[in-house]
Design a protein around this ligand. Structure first.
Ligand code: HEC
Ligand code: HEC
Length: 328
């Protein structure tokens, strides 16, 4: 049984890699054809080359143009779930305790701004056309459902949706809607990885000072936040757990550098963003229970700040210099 699953996964991987490679080449050709005319603006009409593969521009359909009837209602429900995840899922729970077990105080939109409709902040526009796809952390091919569940159990510190769950289907329907017209296997320039490349060695104390100056208005002095989409929790029980992407220092630093503070993104230097990320990740947060299964082939990143790493940093067994250097 397990063996068959393994073989199926390998088969899927080969097929999807081949498809991505093939479409990637076609898209590259299209891009070259369009060069010079369509380079600078991200908002012009999509251009279709002779091959019929479109080069992508950022033009998600509006939530005002939903199809009439049940399909439109499902998409709307998916949007509500992504935009106000905590409120929506806790509302569906039988009791307050069950609600808290289902999901933390965040929303998908706490990280995927505007429910993924904003171009910055890890936009979800175009996501469905890039799945199924290989994931290194799991060493497996993931469907879009698997990937959503990945954020559910780590970033949302919550319970996985079961296959066929109506909420999960609604989220997928919403993501498919905002990905309409995106070229399959295409490179979508707004889907850059969030991680900072050459991370300066941080000073967590300097980060604390900066945090007091620039962040507490929205995220509160205790890091508990002021609301799932106005200023989400950065640490503590309502925040993401230490198996989440943002628990990696390079991703946290990249996120802060590119998208925060919300009122003036891009105003922080890489050093400042690295300092802030170190300060935030030194605070307590929920623990991820599935650590042993991550990176089954090794290669667990050094800058993943879990409880153990935090202790080591506190008592001087490990230095930030060692944490941020890429070669392990
Ligand atoms: C605490 C922040 C955070 C929250 C909350 C969060 N995510 Fe994510 N999500 C991430 C990060 C980080 C990545 C990976 C981005 C990277 O590595 O460049 C990601 C990636 C994804 C991807 C893959 C995107 C792609 O192009 O491959 C999907 C899909 C996704 N998230 C869906 C969701 C959904 C649905 C929710 C709510 C149920 C959610 N996320 C909540 C941080 C978050
Ligand atoms: C004006 C309000 C505001 C300020 C100031 C602000 N943020 Fe945010 N922050 C937000 C909002 C709103 C989000 C949700 C995502 C979005 O809409 O872009 C967010 C999301 C985040 C996230 C990801 C979600 C999470 O819960 O972890 C991090 C990390 C973060 N901010 C860090 C910072 C840091 C560090 C500063 C100070 C340099 C800062 N923010 C300043 C409003 C703010």
């Amino acid at each position: 049984m397990q063996r068959t699953t393994g073989i199926t996964l390998i088969f899927l991987l080969v097929v999807s890699l081949a498809t991505i490679g093939f479409l990637g080449i076609r898209l590259g050709q299209d891009k070259q054809e369009a060069d010079g005319s369509a380079e600078t603006s991200g908002d012009q009409e999509e251009t279709a080359g002779e091959s019929g593969v479109k080069s992508a521009s950022f033009q998600p359909p509006s939530m005002d143009d939903l199809p009439e009837g049940p399909h439109g209602e499902v998409i709307q429900h998916g949007y509500d779930l992504v935009n106000m995840t905590s409120t929506e899922l806790r509302k569906e729970a039988a009791s307050a305790e069950e609600g808290e077990a289902k999901v933390n105080g965040l929303s998908c939109a706490s990280c995927h701004a505007g429910a993924g409709l904003e171009k910055s902040s890890m936009s979800l526009v175009g996501t469905t056309v890039t799945y199924p796809r290989y994931n290194e952390r799991a060493d497996a091919v993931m469907t879009i459902e698997d990937r959503i569940n990945g954020c559910m159990v780590r970033s949302m510190n919550g319970e996985e949706f079961e296959t066929g769950d109506e909420d999960l289907q609604a989220i997928v329907a919403y993501m498919a809607y905002i990905s309409e017209g995106m070229p399959e296997g295409g490179e979508l320039e707004w889907k850059k990885p969030v991680a900072m490349k050459d991370v300066p060695v941080p000073d967590a104390d300097a980060g604390e000072e900066l945090f007091k100056q620039s962040c507490i208005a929205c995220h509160a002095a205790d890091g508990g936040g002021t609301g799932e989409i106005s200023g989400p929790a950065l640490w503590g029980s309502e925040s993401f757990n230490d198996g989440a992407g943002l628990s990696r220092h390079d991703k946290m630093a990249g996120f802060i550098h590119d998208f925060m503070p919300k009122t003036d993104p891009g105003s922080l230097t890489e050093q400042e963003a690295s300092d802030l990320a170190a300060f935030i990740l030194m605070q307590d947060r929920p623990e991820w229970g599935g650590k042993d299964k991550d990176w089954p082939k090794g290669g667990r990143p050094n800058d993943l700040i879990d409880k153990e790493k935090r202790e080591q940093l506190k008592n001087g067994e490990v230095s930030w210099e060692e944490v941020v250097k890429k070669e392990k």
